[in-house]
Design a protein around this ligand. Structure first.
Ligand SMILES: Cc1cc2nc3c(=O)[nH]c(=O)nc-3n(C[C@H](O)[C@H](O)[C@H](O)COP(=O)(O)O)c2cc1C
Length: 192
């Protein structure tokens, strides 16, 4: 697939067919992430793959976290909606920065800069995965609503470090049109 076409045609997919993802396709997607550039070639990513058998527990933990937030009178944002999508996606991949600190811990200035670099590297890895998935006929959704159950998910997944995002994958059961974007003139300027 032509790169510019892939960039233009990628969409967030929120409806998936129940068919499982073949293992070779899943590995090809993760390998696309691994090929991303990274600051100092640190490759600060770990991918934790949650398949169908573990999915109910993942969803239970998310719903418990969301219920806690609501009980405290806080707004769970779009997290219930995102959890419903994750419940029906055959695979969800959590991406961690193993060297990152829990977001609510005090950070030194050095740590802040290192995490800024590492988070960019992980963003590049995730975008590689989304584009590779598209090329392989797989739909994807990049999800940060998992932050509503941050600690509980880290514990359950058995990962230390910083949870950066989750990505749900599956064969797409919808074909959404392009979502709006700000124009070039709104976001770019030539320094005069
Ligand atoms: C960092 C990041 C976090 C996101 N988190 C969520 C999420 O938690 N739930 C969700 O439904 N979509 C999430 N999205 C998808 C965005 O809503 C989507 O990319 C945006 O609306 C543009 O639509 P498009 O991806 O189809 O172009 C996220 C995207 C990014 C890049």
């Amino acid at each position: 697939m032509n790169t510019l076409d892939a960039i233009a045609e990628r969409r967030s997919i929120r409806k998936f067919k129940p068919d499982p993802l073949p293992e070779d396709i899943l590995q090809a997607i993760i390998n696309a992430g691994i090929q991303a550039p990274s600051g100092k070639n640190r490759q600060p990513w770990r991918f934790i793959i949650v398949k169908e058998d573990q999915r109910p527990e993942m969803v239970r933990i998310l719903r418990e976290g969301i219920a806690k937030i609501k009980a405290e009178g806080d707004d769970p944002g779009s997290s219930e909606y995102s959890t419903n999508i994750m419940e029906l996606a055959p695979v969800t991949v959590f991406v961690f920065n193993p060297d990152g600190l829990f977001p609510w811990l005090a950070h030194s200035i050095d740590q802040n800069f290192t995490e800024l670099v590492d988070t960019q590297s992980i963003g590049a890895a995730i975008q590689n995965m989304l584009l590779a998935a598209l090329d392989l006929g797989i739909g994807s959704l990049w999800i940060c609503d998992v932050f509503y159950a941050y600690e509980a998910l880290c514990d359950w997944l058995g990962e230390k470090g910083q949870m950066i995002a989750a990505i749900s994958f599956g064969y797409p059961a919808e074909n959404p049109g392009a979502r709006s974007r700000k124009s070039y003139n709104e976001v770019a300027r030539v320094k005069g």
